[in-house]
Design a binder for this molecule. Structure first.
Ligand SMILES: Cc1cc2nc3c(=O)[nH]c(=O)nc-3n(C[C@H](O)[C@H](O)[C@H](O)COP(=O)(O)OP(=O)(O)OC[C@H]3O[C@@H](n4cnc5c(N)ncnc54)[C@H](O)[C@@H]3O)c2cc1C
Length: 248
């Protein structure tokens, strides 16, 4: 089975984000980047499919030179091959999807795995866009997966329950927490990943359709008010919540 996992290189959730000088992007200096957590689940699922059916796992990422750190992590987890679609020009989800799908067409895989969303820009658009561009079925937010004789049975997380859907290979899936627990790379895997080659491919076209106008941080929280520390303060707290905050 030929399994492709699309992975993104995103700021660590602990990173303190600052707006860049142009007011349209983030200031990347001093930020630690990680493999997008949902994509870690996708890599794990890819490895489990390979363990069950044989074949290979190919990780692919679009971005700059630093995306190699993330690709290196997928190799350390056990991916067989990594491809960097190298480009740092401003992109929107559509142009990222177009570049990915142009390359995915050549790979001709049985299954293409994505995280359900990228924790940086949170668009949740790529899996659907790529599936449409490749004319493949797609299932989103997958929390359970079974594949037998080219038949794909997935459970999706929906509001208040799970939905069971069927499709056939080849298919595009986006995965959600709960599907499987990502493995830690072993020391052997980390050492092996250091010597594995990351294939680089330039991406020339940029079919961007959405322009970022501005970016701003959320308003900072106002200062708190301590009403008192004794039990008698409860009465005043209730009064303030009722009369000033008007939330009870
Ligand atoms: C080179 C480059 C330049 C960019 N420039 C800008 C910019 O100037 N301003 C700005 O606001 N945004 C920029 N972006 C972000 C871009 O607009 C998209 O938002 C982002 O690439 C995809 O995030 P998303 O929120 O659409 O992904 P989602 O659709 O939320 O991601 C879902 C899944 O898609 C996969 N995925 C996401 N990104 C990639 C990737 N790069 N490679 C492979 N798989 C991926 C992962 O599996 C992820 O879990 C840039 C991105 C790239 C790659």
């Amino acid at each position: 089975m030929k399994i492709v996992v699309c992975v993104n290189h995103v700021p660590d959730t602990e990173a303190r984000i600052k707006i860049g000088a142009d007011g349209k992007g983030i200031d990347k200096s001093g930020i630690t980047y990680i493999l997008n957590p949902y994509d870690e689940i996708a890599v794990e699922q890819g490895l489990r499919l390979k363990e069950k059916f044989g074949g290979e796992v190919i990780a692919i990422s679009l971005g700059g030179e630093s995306n190699k750190e993330t690709l290196r992590k997928t190799l350390a987890m056990g991916a067989d091959k990594a491809i960097l679609l190298k480009d740092e020009s401003d992109r929107d989800s559509f142009s990222v999807a177009k570049a990915l799908s142009d390359n995915l067409k050549e790979i001709n895989s049985d299954i293409i795995l994505f995280g359900k969303q990228s924790i940086d820009f949170d668009n949740s658009q790529l899996p659907g866009l790529v599936a449409e561009m490749l004319n493949l079925p797609s299932v989103s937010v997958v929390v359970k997966l079974e594949i037998e004789n080219n038949q794909v049975v997935c459970e999706r997380e929906i509001e208040g329950g799970h939905e069971k859907v069927e499709s056939r290979l080849p298919v595009v899936l986006s995965v959600q927490k709960g599907l499987c627990e990502p493995r830690y790379p072993s020391l052997k895997g980390i050492m092996a990943a250091k010597t594995k080659l990351i294939e680089e491919k330039p991406v020339i076209s940029n079919s961007k359709k959405v322009e970022i106008v501005s970016l701003r941080l959320p308003a900072s929280k106002g200062t708190g008010k301590i009403v008192g520390t004794e039990p008698t303060a409860a009465k005043e707290l209730v009064r303030l919540l009722h009369e000033e905050a008007k939330i009870i």
